[in-house]
Design a protein. Structure first.
Length: 189
């Protein structure tokens, strides 16, 4: 199983102005740095929660042996799934066949096979199936829960103040950030 980001989010959950206001920065000298920190903080928070915040397109690629023909659903990662863009199958000659969207539906974070449909037949061993889907709370920053936006603001401020390496472990989140993100965290089994 391989998960690849196809299209990143078009906007960030917080703006440069919001980050500067929160960090009490009143100069434009560090605007580029703060912009980069916003992206880094969002990416870290998404990785921590295992969610996509702003709509973005992901591709799930499965090898033949990873595909479970007996199960009637495929679990999709990244939390809130907005839509399924495509479901492609490949044969051993690299020919692609689109699995029609009339054969499945979206149910939460699962692609569910319709009752009267059967999974497609394909014979390529590696990268046999690719599913492109859109995940996120919505297309704009206004769609992102306020607690997540607050956590990103706090993390940007933390990164801005602590630009040099410290003795703290790299994977340690400030407690307030962790507390805000915890309720949105998806745990894998």
């Amino acid at each position: 199983m391989q998960l690849t980001l196809v299209t990143p989010p078009a906007v960030e959950p917080i703006t440069l102005a919001e980050a500067k206001l929160h960090a009490k920065v009143d100069t434009s000298a560090d605007d580029t740095l703060i912009g980069d920190l916003i992206v880094a903080a969002r990416q870290y928070a998404e990785q921590y929660t295992q969610r996509a915040f702003i709509n973005q397109t992901w591709r799930l690629t499965l090898d033949y042996y990873e595909f479970n023909f007996e199960r009637r659903y495929i679990e999709l990662d990244k939390g809130n799934i907005d839509s399924i863009a495509s479901f492609n199958c490949y044969d051993s000659n690299n020919n692609v066949a689109l699995f029609a969207n009339t054969n499945y539906r979206l149910s939460g974070s699962r692609l569910v096979l319709d009752d009267k449909a059967e999974w497609p037949i394909f014979n390529r061993l590696y990268e046999a199936v690719s599913i492109d889907y859109v995940a996120g709370f919505g297309a704009t920053a206004a769609d992102v829960p306020q607690a997540i936006k607050q956590a990103i603001l706090m993390l940007v401020d933390h990164y801005y103040i602590n630009r040099l390496a410290t003795s703290a472990p790299v994977n340690t989140l400030p407690f307030g950030v962790q507390a805000l993100l915890q309720t949105y965290r998806i745990f894998s089994l």
